[in-house]
Design a protein around this ligand. Structure first.
Ligand code: GLN
Length: 456
């Protein structure tokens, strides 16, 4: 059914970069056989999943939305993918994304944009717009995304789906092509909160292949979702973050936020106002730390090891430097080049202390604001994104306007804390979905599911 649906709508939505019909069918048949023999591998055995094209998949192309990796087929699976396979989930294919996960609209994909199923003239969010659109368009019941500054939660918000960024270190980064190692985290994109909890339990947990993976059992996520669905949040303290709302937020998004808050109060939660003054510096901090890490990570695309290799026309025997220069020029898009330049500048000697060093200090202050806020509240809440889905092309020539979309999602990545976006309804102005974000302390991912499920 999913493959039929993909054939029917993906020509206009373009959520997928690669569909593995044959592989998915074979895995589905194997699952049916297990079921018939009474040997099922768990609740998601046989349920198809779409995977963002930034996760390595053995035998399937992995491009990260970039020309520089066109045609590259990894010889191994990311741990997340291994766990999907082991739990019996057929992999439908690889989903579209902004090149190397840089962006908030999926317009920076080298293979053309994904469109929002709610309105094909609008963006599906980014960078994981493909995963969110696939779920919203009923092409896949489940998808995996990655969130470095909001790329799971913001696409979730603007497509009316559920998106979860787990605690940093809670899901293995092995085989996830790094954008910014200290921020990246893979997580679920689904239509319900319970589905996200089920998928999170499949992909999460310790992995010795990732040095930043946390060696602790996951909290009981499915149980928390079930508890939340009962609608009782008695005693829960919900902190509304002053700095993540108000000015710059669309009125219809704020109206749905306030309504959702009222639902939590009806369920017995207590609402407190908390201030996190350093959050206003989160965007600036992120856009120093992220390009710094990204510029270093992307140095490995040197035309020698992976994907594309080209050299200046008419040169008989080009030097290694000429090959690298021509390949990187042809293989990377504008946004990637912009961030490589910014990151290289921020890391260069003489500027390191003023930019990168300073950003790391502010990052610590942001973590302290979180710690103080979590003394007063069990979870923090805000709208996920300041606006509903904007039109394709609207922000493409204005990087700062594009970056501003991540205002509310970025603090969580800087501090490593988990977050969820759940649909909060449609904004009055445009009838498009808005998202409600819940943040919890590190390792308390279960709270996201408890609160999220209470809102459904
Ligand atoms: N939109 C943010 C950026 O452009 C977030 C990206 C992400 O989470 N991968 O960096």
């Amino acid at each position: 059914a999913c493959l039929d649906r993909i054939a029917e709508v993906d020509g206009s939505v373009h959520a997928f970069l690669h569909v593995d019909a044959e592989g998915a069918l074979a895995q589905a048949e194997a699952s049916d056989a297990r079921r018939a023999a009474g040997e099922t591998r768990g609740p998601l055995d046989g349920i198809p999943v779409a995977v963002k094209d930034v996760l390595a998949t053995e035998g399937l192309p992995t491009t990260c939305g970039s020309r520089i990796l066109e045609g590259w087929v990894p010889p191994y699976d990311a741990t997340v993918v291994t766990r999907l396979r082991e739990a019996g989930l057929p992999i439908l294919g690889k989903t579209n994304m902004d090149e190397f996960a840089m962006g908030s609209s999926t317009e920076h994909s080298a293979y053309g944009p994904t469109r929002n199923p709610w309105d094909l003239d609008r963006i599906p969010g980014g960078s994981g717009g493909g995963s969110a659109a696939a779920v919203a368009a009923f092409e896949a019941p489940l998808a995996v995304g990655t969130d470095t500054g909001g790329s799971i939660r913001q696409p979730g918000a603007v497509t009316g789906t559920v998106g979860v960024k787990p605690t940093y270190g809670g899901v293995s980064r092995y085989g996830l092509v790094a954008l910014a190692n200290s921020l990246d985290q893979a997580g679920p994109v689904t239509r319900t909160v319970l589905d996200s909890a089920l998928l999170h339990e499949v992909i999460g947990g310790h992995d010795p292949r990732d040095s930043t993976s946390i060696d602790q059992p996951l909290p009981a996520l499915v149980e928390a979702a079930r508890a939340g669905a009962s609608g009782d949040l008695t005693g829960l303290r919900v902190g509304v973050v002053t700095e993540l709302g108000g000015e710059g937020y669309q009125p219809g998004v704020l109206a749905r936020f306030t309504e959702a808050l009222d639902l939590l109060v009806e369920a017995g939660a207590e609402v407190v106002e908390v201030s996190c003054p350093t959050f206003v510096h989160a965007l600036a901090t992120y856009y120093l730390i992220l390009p710094a890490e990204a510029s270093s990570n992307l140095a490995k695309f040197d035309a020698m090891r992976y994907g594309l290799r080209t050299w200046p026309e008419g040169v008989e025997s080009p030097s290694a430097e000429e090959v690298m220069r021509a390949t990187r020029d042809a293989g990377f898009g504008d946004e990637v080049k912009r961030r490589i330049i910014l990151g290289t500048y921020a890391l260069s000697s003489g500027y390191y202390d003023a930019y990168y060093g300073q950003a790391q200090k502010v990052r610590t202050l942001i973590s302290r604001d979180f710690a103080a806020a979590f003394e007063k509240a069990d979870v923090l809440v805000s709208p996920t994104a300041p606006t509903t889905a904007f039109r394709l092309g609207e922000k493409l020539d204005d990087p700062i306007a594009m970056y501003l979309n991540d205002l509310a999602t970025i603090p969580a990545n800087l501090a490593g804390v988990p977050g969820i976006s759940v649909p909060s309804g449609l904004a009055d102005e445009d009838g498009l979905p808005a998202g409600f974000q819940v943040l919890a302390p590190a390792l308390a991912d279960d709270r996201l599911y408890r609160v999220g499920a209470a809102l459904e």
